[in-house]
Ligand binder design. Sequence first.
Ligand code: MG
Length: 381
Amino acid sequence: MIVNRKEFLSLSGKTLMGLPFFPALMTAALGRSGVPKRKSGEAMIEVKVKPLILKHTWTISRNSSDYKTNVFVRLEKDGIVGYGEAAPNVRYGESAELTVRRIQEVRSVFQHRDLFHYVDLKQEIDARIKDQNCARAALDMALMDWVGKALGVPLYRLWGLNTQKAPVTSFSIGIDTPEMIRKKVREAESFPILKIKVGTDRDEEIIQAVRSVTHKPIRVDANEGWTSKEEALEKIQWLETQGVEFVEQPMPANQIDDIAWLRERVPIPIVADEAVKTAADIPALVGAYDGINIKLMKSGGLQEALRMIQLAKALGLKIMLGCMIESSVAISAAAQLAPYADWLDLDGNLLISNDPFQGVGVDQGRLRYNSKPGLGVDGNW
Ligand code: MG
């Protein structure tokens, strides 16, 4: 299904529900299809699909989109509500339809359980959901939000983290025409660091457009777009002259020997993104990459992200904390771990125009935490 920005914006709510995968999902959200009747003391999980509309068409080296279809989870038990979010990504074989299905399949796991046994619950979810890590992420987020709320503390406090240590977040600029890139860079004036999407045959033009407007530090993300090590070397050597701090995923994730070759020849750090999803992927990256970009949607949630942070640090890798196009639910969840990060890229909620939630904010690139328990989010379910 391809709907361009103009067509999407002209769709009424009724028509939107007519899109191929919407009827079943919306029905599930409305509770007419298999939402179990809840007895007192039982946990209830609801699933909803919400389209997130991008302020600008979002283009990276692989694809382009005007909106993203994210899946939201609401977990209620004993009058306490936890929220979670999944951002399905085609790069990892994910879809909103499969994500909703997987969440519905494991819903009963929570029903009669002590939610403070979140470690056990997470293991059971992971054992049953094998193909949609973003579905795992949404459930883990809702679970940890519930736990934080039940204890009356923000998760960053539960984990002993000082939010003052969270680094400044970058703001991402998608691939576009030079004119639009200049416009986007001007719009991002309040952010001290930018992350520029590259990995095209006109990367120089993109960076020159950025540099015609600003001299602030930039990072680049090629999203696996450079296919030969020689091309990657030439590009990175030029990018160094343009004040680029580091480069994210210059080549395809499976070309690890090429990345190691590249790393011996360039002084700026190389950060893995597509090459790392969970902790199990990390040991193989040592020697080829300087750091890893941890995202909740890839890891399958906060608990696994914590494990990744500890393992990567022990192996001498730097920590970048990133995101997909996400609402304030998932961004606020990632922000709970931000004090662990060396580099932060938590801007997914700032790229959309219809965020259904509010949570951790941002001011001049600095995250603004609140003292609300759990993830610290409120919004329109
Ligand atoms: Mg990336």
